[in-house]
Design a protein around this ligand. Structure first.
Ligand SMILES: NC(=O)c1ccc[n+]([C@@H]2O[C@H](COP(=O)([O-])OP(=O)(O)OC[C@H]3O[C@@H](n4cnc5c(N)ncnc54)[C@H](O)[C@@H]3O)[C@@H](O)[C@H]2O)c1
Length: 345
């Protein structure tokens, strides 16, 4: 049996979910001759010791200690502003790294890191889990097969049911960088085209504390692609009907919708229509449960050299460029052109 020591850094909302998923993936990985040891560290040490104990994982005091103990890879699930230094620690130790999106708080801080990753031949996968979601994968297949024809419009929606804590929001980079960045990434990935301009508008009708930390609770981005195709991406922290992530793609031949199933957080205004009839998702963790597990399986395969990187930092920063430009558009009140991310040479 080959042993894989995975060092998980940060066990808050998403880190704990990744830890649970790694535990659930154990039997399948064992069938492939792989025994996974899960090691956990977090600056909230006492809390993390408890999480480790409850998951049968091993607590480590620091990333350094995990590296010295022989970690084979790092999984970074800490707050956004800590990502660059933790990615640096991983690549300096020669380890493959999975890091949650975004790469950094803004593109300016991410660009030197991209150069460092390239110089070190670092292997870094960024966590854009929608690339593993069955609905988005089917949309990609249909687009690539030409079934949709040429796209005339796309409407992306990312709605949280409740805002995260104000402490989280204050260090998140804002709604575009934290939330809409998922739509920006998946729209680029699906179409294979760059977004070249964004015009953003927002509102703040929920908790005034969100505005006080410089963020907005709702926003709409009008996107223009390099071939002139237009799309909108809307996001909110206050969707009472449930956690709602959808994408409508309409083309010259057909239309396709991602996220329209029995759990969609919608009800029809038409008489006699009972679809969708299931209980809506409440959180991103429920909505993307299968996708997060597939993403972690892909990371293990990436670590083992069995597959290409499914989401490079260059790709992720290209989506972050759109988020930064949307933020700028909000501040300036005008559309903002988007510069391209230099390719990894
Ligand atoms: N892919 C997705 O769908 C998705 C969803 C939610 C969050 N995220 C991303 O995941 C990251 C974490 O979000 P969250 O909601 O879990 O945050 P969180 O605040 O719930 O958890 C962060 C954890 O990291 C720990 N931490 C902070 N700095 C640390 C450090 N230097 N070393 C070790 N531990 C440290 C904190 O103590 C906390 O336990 C964010 O960057 C966010 O953008 C991604």
């Amino acid at each position: 049996m080959k042993i894989l020591n995975l060092g998980l850094v940060g066990v808050g909302r998403i880190g704990t979910m990744h830890a649970n998923n790694i535990n659930e993936l154990r039997p399948g990985l064992a069938e492939r001759g792989l025994e996974v040891n899960l090691w956990i560290t977090d600056v909230a040490a006492d809390y993390a010791r408890g999480v480790a104990a409850s998951l049968g994982a091993e607590f480590h005091c620091s990333v350094r200690q995990m590296v010295d103990a022989g970690a084979d890879a790092l999984i970074i699930a800490t707050g956004t502003m800590t990502h660059p230094d933790l990615i640096r620690a991983g690549i300096a130790a020669g380890l493959p790294v999975f890091c949650e999106k975004p790469v950094a708080g803004d593109v300016e801080s991410a660009l030197p890191l991209l150069e460092e990753i390239a110089a070190a031949n670092g292997r870094v996968q960024i966590g854009h889990q929608r690339r593993f979601d069955a609905g988005y994968l089917e949309a990609k297949r249909a687009l690539d097969a030409g079934e949709i024809g040429w796209i005339h419009s796309m409407r992306a929606i990312t709605c949280d049911m409740f805002p995260p804590s104000i402490e989280f929001l204050a260090a998140s980079g804002g709604l575009f960088r934290d939330c809409s960045v998922h739509d920006f990434d998946i729209l680029r990935w699906l179409t294979g085209k760059e977004i070249v301009e964004v015009y953003a508008r927002s509102s703040n009708n929920g908790d005034p504390a969100i505005g006080e930390v410089g963020d907005v609770d709702t926003a709409l981005s009008l996107l223009t692609f390099e071939d002139g195709t237009v799309a909108t991406a809307s996001a909110t922290r206050y969707n009472g009907a449930g956690h709602d992530v959808r994408l409508e793609i309409q083309g010259s031949k057909d239309s396709i919708v991602v996220g329209l199933d029995e759990k969609a957080a919608l009800r029809s205004a038409e008489p006699g229509i009972t679809f969708p009839s299931g209980a809506a998702h409440q959180t991103f963790i429920e909505r993307f449960d299968a996708a997060y597990r597939a993403e972690m399986t892909a990371f293990v395969e990436f670590v083992l050299g069995e597959r290409e990187n499914p989401c490079s930092p260059w790709d992720a920063v290209a989506a972050s460029r759109v988020a930064d430009a949307a933020q700028e558009s909000l501040l300036t009140g005008v559309p903002v052109r988007i510069a391209m991310v230099p390719a990894n040479s």
